[in-house]
Design a protein around this ligand. Structure first.
Ligand code: C2E
Ligand code: CA
Ligand code: CA
Length: 729
């Protein structure tokens, strides 16, 4: 099956960055630093600049989260933000106590500088590990967040007191030329270990929930660990390991800032429907709160709800968060994929503006039916994704039906009445582990099955669908080459006059000679051809082949009746139908009077104005038109008197039910209706002598069915025709 998930942009870049930094660290560890020129003159200003940038970024992390915080803040973000403030403050202490800098607190011992530094680094490692351990769905109130901030500021103040007032308590951390002391090295290794654990946990989270925020956070932890390794390598303050360590630290803060920025500022665009309606929706409370804080964004989104709807990629991110939250709280998640049938037709009839209007209306109706915590996203032209948390099977089915109902109400592009329907596939989070893309694929599969079963159907995912959909995909691939490979063939079924038993017509019925599966009936491939658009090509092939065959039989003097060809709804709605039929007739040499086109009731009812025009153009051409499967489509009969038609074909189901009173009454009514409109009545699926007798008694004009003949090969039909008396042909 086609891979449905796009590769994560940027994910690879971050991994490559970590690998590159790790390789450089290994190079430095192996002593390659010694081969590089001395950096002494540059070191003090470079060191100060790197520290200053890291401090600015740390404070920015705090500012971004604090400004975006609503009533609740994700606990992980709150921890990172409050710790970043304390780390920044300790960093300032470190910067101001670097001895060689102009304006530095020169009287402060070197131990103080190191103490500030060690405190900041320890706090950063703790915060990253804490953020990795806290569940992503866990949030705290804004008051608690403020308390955390005060707490970490207190911690920073204690750090200042310790570093400046009690520096003799701080163990020595560096011996010139020898490098770090053993106690400091041990401390560093513990911090590096914490960074590695945090990076691994965050990486797992990023794989489970591939958001930009999670990826950058994992990278921040990994790069912090690499920075720590570089710090363990340095022998003198101006050697390259030390500079690399500071550079890595700066990079780690950059990643942290991006992670936080993506999480709190970019997240609201995932909830445009919510923002637009001013409701609490979506899956991450931080994003919801930010959405509320940004009325300008909400207004912009409200102007174009369609463009602002999250796409598939964002839907996957949100689904990942919903799955994670469901695992934390033993909850449930349902994904619905809605396929809106009929949208394509609106575009072709009412132009893009008409199509856009209907889509806007559709989005408005769908979002009005969704609950506060539901997510609506759009993928492809006519497919929508809905994610609902805390949803049982029954609840998801009820939601699907409600959404189907709101799509079923008429739309009015350019003042016309148009009816759409929605097929819905539903997948509910299974008990075993499941990735967001897997769950979405399941819903997509169910939606494909719903579409195949019947329009406006609803299907739950089941494992058995995997096989049938794979077969379907294989068939679709093969089908696209079947015409050029000459794999389609036609059988013909006679249509017989009730009065004298003569063959007055034949219906061309297509079959596919599949190289592996053998001869396939239309039910196996026509729905696939219709959906993929191949039906246009197939119908044209049937039309040409049938016309050519009929013209040949006529030339041989075998048959002067009509050959009937089935037209799909797509073919009927395709502009230029009359010209295509004219071309087929011209190419074969068949007179228009020798051709009948069978169109189903639902096809002509899809757009009655357009249908009337097409039918008139066919009448002008001189071909006959029959309504196939009459009685199975629409209840409105008023269209019959407006359309130029020739034949009503009574559906097989009615003929089958002829035995009971009601069934017999329906057949009688249809025959009377056909005659009063000046149309011929043809009964399909006639299998028994009793049925023939009843139809004859009730004045039915023609009969088609196994009683006379099954669909047969052209050679067999030619044999039958030869036996017929010329008068009856
Ligand atoms: P349809 O147009 O209603 O065709 C009549 C179907 O009823 C044919 O099935 C025929 O074999 C079957 N049938 C005829 N008499 C009897 C009977 O006495 N008893 C029973 N049980 N069945 C009978 P088939 O050939 O499988 O075709 C099925 C449908 O596929 C057709 O229904 C038509 O809608 C579609 N189809 C067939 N050929 C084409 C084609 O060239 N183009 C398009 N667009 N559709 C086609
Ligand atoms: Ca037919
Ligand atoms: Ca039929």
């Amino acid at each position: 099956m086609r891979k449905l998930v796009r590769p994560i942009p940027g994910g690879l870049r971050l991994t490559s960055l970590c690998v590159l930094l790790a390789a450089l660290t290994v190079g430095l560890a192996l002593g390659y630093a010694g081969m590089l020129p001395s950096t002494s003159p540059w070191y003090p200003p470079l060191h100060a600049a790197l520290e200053a940038c890291s401090i600015v970024l740390a404070l920015l992390v705090f500012a971004v989260v604090t400004h975006a915080a609503g009533k609740r803040v994700p606990a992980g973000l709150a921890l990172l933000s409050s710790s970043a403030l304390a780390v920044g403050l300790l960093g300032i202490g470190h910067l101001l106590t670097i001895p060689v800098l102009p304006g530095a607190l020169a009287s402060v011992p070197a131990a103080s500088t190191a103490a500030f530094w060690v405190g900041a680094r320890g706090l950063a490692a703790l915060a990253l590990l804490g953020a990795a351990l806290l569940p992503a769905a866990c949030t705290i109130g804004v008051r608690s967040y403020r308390l955390w901030v005060v707490g970490t500021c207190g911690l920073a103040a204690w750090g200042y007191w310790l570093a400046l007032g009690q520096s003799d308590l701080v163990p020595p951390s560096f011996v010139s030329v020898e490098g770090l002391t053993a106690s400091r090295l041990a401390f560093e290794y513990v911090l590096i270990g914490m960074n590695v654990v945090a990076a691994l946990l965050l990486l797992l989270r990023a794989r489970r929930v591939p958001t930009r925020g999670n990826r950058y956070l994992a990278t921040a932890a990994a790069v912090t660990g690499l920075s720590g390794i570089n710090f363990t390598l340095y022998l003198g303050p101006d050697d390259l390991s030390n500079i690399a360590a500071h550079l890595y630290k700066l990079l780690a803060f950059l990643c942290l800032h991006r992670a936080v920025f993506a999480e709190v500022l970019q997240a609201p665009t995932r909830y445009p429907v919510a923002a637009q309606q001013g409701r609490r929706t979506g899956l991450s409370s931080a994003a919801r709160d930010v959405a509320r804080l940004q009325p300008a964004v909400a207004r912009r989104l409200a102007q174009d709800p369609l463009a602002a709807l999250p796409d598939r990629h964002r839907a996957l991110e949100m689904l990942g968060e919903a799955i994670e939250a469901a695992h934390c709280n033993a909850g449930a998640v349902a994904v619905l994929v809605l396929d809106i049938d009929g949208l394509r037709k609106i575009n072709s009839h009412y132009g893009w503006t008409g199509g856009e209007d209907v889509l806007h209306e559709c989005v408005a109706r769908l979002s009005a039916r969704l609950g506060a915590d539901d997510l609506l996203a759009r993928q492809g032209n006519n497919e929508f994704i809905v994610v609902r948390r805390h949803s049982s099977r029954d609840n998801a089915a009820a939601l699907a039906r409600a959404l189907q109902d709101c799509v079923r109400r008429p739309f009015a592009p350019a003042g016309n009445h148009v009816f759409l329907s929605a097929s819905v596939g539903i997948a509910v989070l299974p008990t075993e582990p499941c990735q967001p893309d897997q769950l979405l694929q399941m819903a997509q599969l169910a939606s494909a099955c719903a579409r195949t079963d019947a329009p406006a159907h609803l299907c739950f995912y089941s494992a058995s669908m995997e096989g049938s959909i794979r077969e379907r995909i294989d068939l679709e691939t093969m089908l696209s080459h079947a015409i050029e490979r000459g794999q389609f063939v036609l059988q013909y079924q006679p249509r017989v006059s009730v009065k004298n038993g003569s063959m007055v017509g034949v219906e061309a019925l297509v079959r596919w000679r599949h190289p592996v599966l053998g001869l396939l009936a239309p039910a196996r491939f026509i729905p696939i051809a219709e959906e993929s658009g191949l039906i246009n090509e197939l119908d044209l092939w049937v039309l040409r082949e049938a016309c050519t065959r009929a013209a040949a039989w006529r030339a041989q003097g075998l048959f002067r009746g009509r050959i009937s060809v089935n037209l799909s709804a797509r073919q009927f709605q395709q502009p230029g139908l009359a010209q295509r039929i004219r071309a087929a007739l011209d190419a074969s040499g068949l007179a228009p009077a020798g051709l009948e086109l069978e169109i189903t009731e639902s096809t002509v009812m899809q757009d009655t104005e357009e249908a009337a025009d097409v039918l008139r153009s066919l009448r002008e051409l001189g071909v006959s038109v029959s309504i196939d499967d009459f009685g199975t489509g629409y209840s409105s009969l008023s269209y019959l008197k407006r359309f130029p038609l020739d034949v009503l074909k009574i559906d097989r189901a009615f003929v089958n039910d002829m035995g009971d009173e009601a069934g017999a009454a329906i057949i009688r009514a249809i025959i009377t209706l056909a005659h009063s409109l000046g149309l011929a009545a043809v009964a399909e699926g006639v299998e028994t002598a009793e049925q023939v007798a009843f139809l004859k008694e009730n004045d039915c004009d023609q009969i088609q069915g196994y009683y006379f003949s099954r669909p047969i090969w052209p050679e067999q039909l030619a044999g039958l025709l030869m036996k017929e008396t010329p008068a009856l042909c």
